[in-house]
Ligand binder design. Structure first.
Ligand code: B12
Length: 143
């Protein structure tokens, strides 16, 4: 018997209208066998939560390209907990901060906000998909 596809939610957070990467992520993760709910651009934290609850998503993949990622992304983990989404994976990627901050610093900042994994704009999507599968399997084992 085939296992049902895993639901994930994608979107570009805040007032960010960069849409090209979002379309690529949708096509890529669909092709990888995930059931993708793509909220598109200019998505609020509340819209991410609502979609995750409605679809029973196991992961939210947040994009931020325009440089306001720190402001837009803070607090999403706490809101997930408030809504009972304690185990949901939070991935974030894109041009997360303004300027040329070393990636290690950016990663540390977003991990401190509760994101499980942090990616820069040049990340390899095949690696992201592998990590997502591994993280989902580890969550399932912990249940
Ligand atoms: C096209 C573009 C625009 C277009 C967008 C049109 C559209 N419909 O998308 C327009 C002209 C509207 C625009 C506007 C602005 N832009 Co602009 N834009 C670009 C540009 C040239 C290309 C973006 C793009 O399409 N890239 C191609 C896609 C495939 O790549 P991507 O978006 O990075 O996505 C990939 C990865 O990041 C990654 N990824 C993304 N999200 C996630 C999430 C996860 C979980 C994972 C794993 C991976 C991942 O995977 C994606 C697919 O490979 C970039 C520069 C650049 N070279 O990237 C600037 C850029 C993103 N823009 C920038 C800025 C500053 C702006 C404006 C604020 C400018 C202004 N002052 O008005 C506005 C913001 C408007 C808004 N409200 O969002 C800056 C951001 C700087 C920063 N973050 O520090 C950039 C980097 C240019 C620069 N070098 O300064 N922009």
């Amino acid at each position: 018997m085939n296992t049902p596809p895993i639901n994930i939610v994608l979107g570009v957070i805040g007032f960010d209208c960069h849409s090209v990467g979002n379309k690529i992520l949708e096509a890529f993760f669909t092709e990888q066998g995930f059931k993708v709910t793509n909220l598109g651009v200019m998505v609020s934290q509340e819209e991410f939560l609502q979609a995750a609850i409605e679809t029973g998503a196991k992961a939210i993949l947040v994009s931020s390209l325009y440089g306001h990622g720190e402001i837009d992304c803070v607090g999403l983990r706490e809101k997930c907990r408030e809504q009972g989404l304690d185990d949901i994976l939070l991935y974030v990627g894109g041009n997360l901060v303004v300027g040329k901050t070393p990636f290690e610093q950016v990663e540390a900042k977003f991990k401190a906000m509760g994101y499980d994994r942090v990616f820069g704009p040049d990340c390899d999507l095949a690696t992201v998909a592998r990590l997502l599968r591994e993280d989902l399997a580890a969550r399932q084992r912990a249940d």
